[in-house]
Each structure stands twice: as C-alpha cells, then as structure tokens.
Design a protein around this ligand. Structure first.
Ligand code: MG
Length: 381
C-alpha cells in the first residue's frame, strides 16, 4: 500500500490517478487532495476517497468546504498546497496542478526529500536550475508523469547515462498539424482544443496546438535527465504510439510504445520500480498498420523555437516565457485574443525581458509576476 498526496486532483491527471485507485491501484490511498476552486468535484472526491487533508488554493472555496467536509482537515491558499507537498504520511506526492503555481510546492517537497510524481512541467521550466540543485542536495526523487518523459525514463532503465547519444521526443503535431499558417488567426477555441490523439486539460491542449508544449518538454527533458539541449531532438509522430526514444552510442534506439492513455505513465510513476496490470487498451501493431515520422515545421510553429531559445538562455528567461504563455493562453481561452496572437504575445514579452543568470527563488517569482503584467499589457494593446 502506498499513500499518495494529489495536488491538483480535479484536473485531468488527478482524475485519471483516482480512477486508477478504483482499479489496478485499489490498495493505494489518497491521503490528501487539492484543487483550485472546484468545490463540487472536491466534495464528491472527498466523499469517495476519504482523504485526511484537502487543500483549496482559493480561500473562499476552502471556507465553503470547511462546513461541508466533516472529519477532513481543510487547508487554504498556497500555504495549504505546500503543507500537502511536504506531508509526512505521503509516500509519493503527485504534482498535477497546472502552471507556475506548482513551483513552490514542488521546491518544498524536494527540500523534504520527498518522492514526487511530476505532471506539472511549468515548475521545472521556470526554476529548473534551482530545482535540480535542491533535488540533488536533498536526495529527492522526481518521477516523470509527462508521457514523453515517462517513455524516456522507461527506455533508460538498465542503461548507464554516459551511453546515451540523444533523446528523441515525439510530438503528435497537435490539432493544427495540417492547417496552413495563414489560417491561424481564424482558429476557434474549439478547433484548438480538438486534439487528435490525447485527452488532456485545456491549457496543455492549447500548448499542443501552438507546439509550445513540445518546446516546454525539451526544457523539461533537459532538467529531468540532465542531458544537454544539443542531444535532444523532436520528431512529429501523428499516431502518438511511440511516446519517445533513447538512442545509445552503439546505434541502438530504445522506444516505449502503447496506445495513448495518460493512465499508463501516471501508474508507472506511482508504482515505480514495480509494474501493475494496466488499464490501457493493448497495442495491436498490425491493426495500427503504420507509424509515421516527419520533421517539425519550425516556420509554422514559432512558439516551439521561442520556448527552446528561452530554455537555452536559462536564468529567468524560461520563467518569463512561461508566464507570458500562461497569460496568453488564458486570454485566448477567454476569446480576448486570436490564436495567432498567443505566440506573438510570448515573443514580445520575452524580447522585453532582461535576463538574470543564476536567479534566486525570489527573482524567479518576481519575473513570473512582472512578465504576466507585461504580457497583459501587450494583450490589452
Ligand atoms: Mg507530454
């Protein structure tokens, strides 16, 4: 039996994790759950999974739940999330909140030497250098939930790191793979959310349609596996069956394959180093028929290159880029800007930022805040 604290239990990853507790992980227990402000979903989750602790980022939501959930300790705000991240009772912290708000809880868990199943890539993007340093110092373990990174992690088992020649991260290409760039200003929210292969939350689905997500994932891989940017490649693979590959110095390429279903990487991160009988539809290669691969169209998906450049610059640049992107995606989802403007807002915000090398936590948080304001100003015109 393992006790899990789920930060972000009402989102797509959190819900999938809890569904695993109904099936192959029926001996696992959700000792703590957290959400932003979705009280309805949290009440039903708390009734079913009986956590000891619940934390709501939104203080009003926490107050409301205190009257509703008897026998549950209800915490509130970022302090509440941090308390759950360092909970003594939890064997694994599943960090599946969306966006930069996950960074301080992640750092707190790391500083307590916790084992973290990491689904929140933004935290690692904005504070990668700091997180890597602290994880080493406190011997914290970060297990990747992101499907590509989980695939790389699986393909690395039993091999020494010095034998790795490069990582090959696959990308489905998103819903706009075949849409000409000229039409990007007319893309509706519904079109951008219609991902062809993966069922995910809204923020990451929009990031997939701009290919920002893949840029973020290269930075994520760089920090998770301590591999230089030059040794990380991206290839478009529309079927989303090969989740990523590792090429070794002898020319061997090891891949992890499965039908696309986030429950598989979530489960591997939670059960590692063990495996459990899965819930993913078995892969029938003859039925799949073909697996296609092609290069990324960098001229069409500029967000990818912008993210990568920010990642390579390091310092506070990735935090600025990420904050601008979160702000722009939010504005697009609220129909305040057109689809093509998401990348433009990020590009402009990044161009105005003065990079700070080896930033402190305070400098990263300040960059995050100021970059959101700068992006908002650009959006407002
Ligand atoms: Mg991914």
């Amino acid at each position: 039996m393992k006790k899990i604290a789920i930060l972000g239990s009402t989102g797509s990853i959190g819900k999938s994790a809890l569904e695993l507790f109904d099936g192959p992980l029926s001996d696992y227990r959700a000792v703590a759950l957290s959400a932003n402000d979705n009280v309805k979903e949290m009440i039903s989750q708390a009734k079913k999974y009986k956590p000891k602790y619940v934390a709501m980022l939104n203080a009003g939501a926490a107050r409301y739940l205190r009257g509703k959930l008897k026998g549950v300790k209800v915490l509130s705000g970022i302090e509440g999330l941090i308390k759950l991240a360092v909970l003594k009772e939890a064997d694994v912290v599943l960090l599946s909140v969306v966006g930069a708000v996950g960074m301080v809880p992640l750092l707190s868990a790391i500083r307590k030497g916790k084992t973290i199943a990491l689904a929140n890539k933004e935290a690692l993007i904005i504070a990668g250098e700091l997180i890597k340093k602290e994880a080493k110092k406190h011997k914290a373990v970060i297990l990747p939930v992101d499907s590509e990174h989980n695939a790389v992690f699986q393909a690395m088992q039993g091999n020494k790191k010095e034998y790795i020649k490069k990582l090959i991260i696959t990308a489905s290409g998103g819903p706009l793979k075949n849409t000409p760039f000229e039409n990007f200003s007319k893309i509706s929210v519904e079109q951008a959310l219609a991902h062809p292969t993966w069922k995910m939350g809204k923020k990451i689905t929009i990031d997939s349609s701009t290919l920002m997500n893949k840029g973020l994932e290269v930075i994520e891989a760089h920090y998770l596996f301590d591999i230089p940017f030059e040794k990380i490649e991206v290839v478009i693979h529309p079927q989303s069956i090969v989740h990523s590959l590792v090429e070794y110095i002898d020319g061997s390429v090891i891949a992890q394959l499965s039908n696309p279903d986030m429950k598989l990487p979530i489960m591997y991160a939670l059960t590692y180093p063990e495996r459990r009988r899965g819930v993913v539809k078995p892969l029938d290669l003859a039925k799949a028929g073909r697996l296609d691969f092609c290069p990324v169209d960098f001229s069409k998906f500029k967000a990818f290159s912008i993210a990568l450049k920010a990642g390579k610059a390091g310092g506070t640049m990735p935090a600025c880029m990420n904050a601008a992107n979160e702000t722009a995606v939010h504005a697009f989802l609220e129909k305040r800007i057109t689809f093509d403007k998401i990348t433009e807002v990020v590009e402009k915000t990044v161009s105005l930022h003065k990079n700070i090398k080896n930033p402190s936590l305070e400098q990263i948080l300040k960059t995050d805040l100021l970059s959101r304001q700068a992006a908002q100003e650009i959006i407002n015109g």
